[in-house]
Unconditional design. Structure first.
Length: 470
């Protein structure tokens, strides 16, 4: 189920791959309640929640209003409280607020400073089984970054060595640094990237204060925040990362596996989760101009399955028909709508997608869809169109949530409906020129003086981030 929660103006709307922002209450009266943290603007972090079947979400409520415009991270404890770590807007201090859970809702506590020196970004936060709260973060000092860690034994009120100390420095320095914390049995692992050239980890036992030496997982030239890690129920650690190709390694408690290539074309925002001890990897794959497919793969036996599209509604259009009113002829332009060849979407009679009153574009999918990506070789002018769907009896007019696009701009990302919940309840399939689909019909009302000619039409969105539940 896809739900539209808010329109964000933040620079990092979905945070980074290693961040966690979606949780589920595990116990008590509200067990199963899902809660999402959302970067609403440059300074605001909002919270929204939902109960099964998760078709409706609460109105996003502001929890934080003093954040810097950088990614944050959070962890939920066993009582449903959320510990939110972020960069303070006024001075780039690293800070934490507890979002206390009571009566089914959350409220923000007072501000606690983790570290008040230098500039601090990209935190990762997590609990040891003992309840000790850890944070790793990127510290910018002298023009370079390093990874530091600190801990708190009172749920984030006080931090080891005080707020003026950066804590323990784990890494060397580099032009970038990003980290992720995971717990495996009695060990805390900090997995991090430094300088774009290496992905490594260090770990410590819960009973020992010192960290083990750094172990390299991968080296490369394009490493960054596009990595993730997860622990399976049977104690394996899986790490997925992008370095021009999407790759995977796994630790079984004794040794790390060799590098496994998932996608030679690479992948952004990879996320990994284990289900029944099987690793599933979800990621974004660039399709073209501002289009990213959401792909997934899982390991069967010793190999990963070929990547597949996770949401079939965010895909190439199943059918694209152009109808010319003067000749009464349909032309199937599905194949050319899915490629990037300039100027190949047009009806042979008019030389355009549509031109005169009654000319119609039919866009069809096997399921209801809510988005269009339209690239034109020639933008139209002077014409007007109407948008319709079929309700089982008649074609019904509607105004797209993103506004009526008159095919008068060369590149348009058009939101037809805000989310899947917003689909018309009576939208039905219909047979058009012998093909049954869910259709959006776009018909010319006023003739064009310059008729539009197309390059590409898909239902593939410009999604830039993924959030998977802890």
């Amino acid at each position: 189920m896809q739900n539209h929660l808010l329109d964000s103006t933040a620079s990092h709307k979905s945070g980074l791959g290693p961040n966690r922002r979606l949780f589920r209450v595990s116990t008590g009266e509200y067990a199963g309640r899902m809660v999402a943290l959302l970067a609403a603007s440059a300074s605001e972090i909002k919270l929204s929640y939902s109960d099964y079947p998760f078709t409706g979400w609460s109105l996003p409520e502001t929890m934080i209003s003093d954040a810097a415009d950088y990614p944050f991270d959070a962890a939920m404890d066993d009582d449903g409280n959320i510990h939110l770590c972020y960069t303070l807007g006024s001075n780039n201090d690293l800070v934490l607020r507890k979002l206390s859970f009571s009566g089914g809702g959350w409220s923000a506590s007072s501000l606690n400073t983790i570290y008040s020196g230098d500039d601090n970004y990209f935190p990762a936060i997590g609990f040891e089984p003992s309840g000790r709260l850890w944070v790793s973060y990127s510290r910018l000092s002298g023009g370079v970054y390093d990874i530091n860690v600190k801990y708190s034994d009172d749920y984030g009120v006080n931090w080891n060595l005080g707020s003026t100390s950066p804590g323990t420095t784990l890494s060397g320095t580099g032009s970038s640094a990003y980290s992720r914390l995971v717990i495996r049995e009695s060990y805390l692992y900090c997995i991090y990237e430094v300088g774009g050239t290496k992905l490594v980890y260090r770990r410590k036992h819960s009973n020992i204060s010192t960290w083990d030496s750094e172990i390299e997982l991968a080296s490369g030239t394009n490493l960054d925040y596009n990595f993730d890690a997860a622990v399976s129920a049977d104690g394996k650690i899986g790490v997925v990362f992008d370095d021009s190709a999407l790759k995977f390694r796994e630790y079984d408690g004794n040794i790390w596996s060799s590098l496994i290539s998932i996608d030679s074309d690479g992948g952004n925002f990879p996320q990994i989760r284990y289900f029944d001890n099987i690793p599933y990897i979800i990621y974004l794959s660039s399709r073209g101009s501002n289009q990213n497919e959401i792909l997934y793969t899982c390991r069967s036996q010793t190999i990963f399955s070929p990547p597949e599209i996770l949401d079939k509604r965010k895909n190439l259009l199943s059918k694209v028909f152009c109808y010319d009113a003067s000749s009464g002829a349909y032309e199937d332009l599905t194949a050319v709508a899915g490629n990037d060849t300039a100027g190949d979407i047009y009806h042979s009679e008019s030389g355009a997608i549509f031109k005169n009153a009654g000319d119609t574009l039919y866009l069809g999918m096997d399921d209801r869809f809510n988005y269009l990506k339209i690239i034109l070789a020639t933008a139209g002018s002077g014409g007007m169109v109407a948008y319709q769907y079929y309700n089982g009896l008649n074609w019904c007019g509607f105004t797209p949530s993103g506004g009526v696009f008159q095919f008068d701009a060369s590149d348009r990302e058009l939101l037809l409906w805000n989310d899947y919940v917003g689909f018309p309840a009576d939208w039905q399939k219909k047979i058009v020129d012998g093909v049954e689909k869910f259709w959006v019909r776009i018909t010319v009302l006023t003739p064009y003086t310059t008729a539009p000619i197309g390059t590409s039409m898909t239902a593939i969105t410009n999604v830039t981030g993924l959030l998977l539940m802890e």
